[in-house]
Design a protein around this ligand. Structure first.
Ligand SMILES: Nc1ncnc2c1ncn2[C@@H]1O[C@H](COP(=O)(O)OP(=O)(O)OP(=O)(O)O)[C@@H](O)[C@H]1O
Length: 213
């Protein structure tokens, strides 16, 4: 008898979120399996960031269930399974690029056999190791967030506008990273305003609209 397929890395059932009784999204059901990317599109204010923040456990939904690798999501599981790249990448302004990554790797773990220097080189930040974060440009900060993402051992990437502030080479870098992550058995949910930046991988599309729109 063939072995049962593994559960999707992310499965969401009837998830809904509102603010001050105004519905922002949902009820929404979706799943993302290993090797898949789900592109989340929608107008400004459609709820893309909010959805990713709920999935990351940063906001509490009104209702619904989030399953990670077949188990109900809880903080420890989220920390193991999810790498979240948001608008504020969780970096400290006064720490250097290198110290930020050392700090975050200490907190969340690091992909086996991957050195921080290697991740900095991948994102084009060699030579900026000692630069305090506050002296980096918006695109360089985004690149540091990408180095953090690459260092993370978590299989499910939640990427909120990963292309924002990046030049063309940076956009291609994100796409190469997503492709490599999926080929290694990971998955990604990616918010974006335009399909122009869709990574060249097996991608499904979720278009978000406000429930009251
Ligand atoms: N901290 C907040 N307090 C109150 N309302 C908020 C807050 N953050 C977002 N909202 C509202 O929630 C709705 C969804 O916002 P969200 O940021 O999720 O949209 P988005 O699809 O990511 O938008 P964009 O494409 O502009 O980034 C918007 O109407 C927004 O005004």
């Amino acid at each position: 008898m063939p072995a049962a397929a593994p559960p999707p890395l992310l499965a969401v059932f009837d998830l809904a979120f509102s603010r001050d009784e105004t519905p922002i999204f949902g009820p929404l059901s979706l799943h993302v399996g290993a090797g898949e990317a789900l592109l989340v599109q929608g107008d400004n204010g459609a709820g893309k960031t909010t959805l990713l923040r709920v999935l990351a456990g940063l906001l509490r939904p009104d209702s619904g269930t989030v399953m990670l690798a077949g188990q109900p999501a809880h903080p420890t599981l989220r920390a193991q399974q999810i790498a979240y790249l948001g608008h504020l990448p969780g970096l400290k302004a006064d720490l250097s690029a290198l110290h930020n990554l050392q700090y975050l790797c200490g907190l969340h773990g690091r992909r086996a056999r991957l050195q921080i220097d290697t991740a900095l080189a991948l994102v084009g930040l060699t030579g900026f190791e000692d630069a305090p974060l506050r002296t980096l440009s918006a695109g360089q900060k985004k690149r540091l967030g990408l180095a953090r993402l690459w260092l993370s051992p978590a299989p499910l990437w939640l990427l909120d506008e990963p292309y924002a502030n990046l030049d063309l080479e940076g956009i291609q870098l994100v796409n190469r990273m997503v492709q490599a992550h999926l080929e290694a058995g990971g998955a990604a949910m990616i918010t974006t305003h335009g399909a122009y930046a869709a990574p060249p991988v097996r991608t499904r599309l979720l278009v978000l609209k406000r429930p009251d729109a």
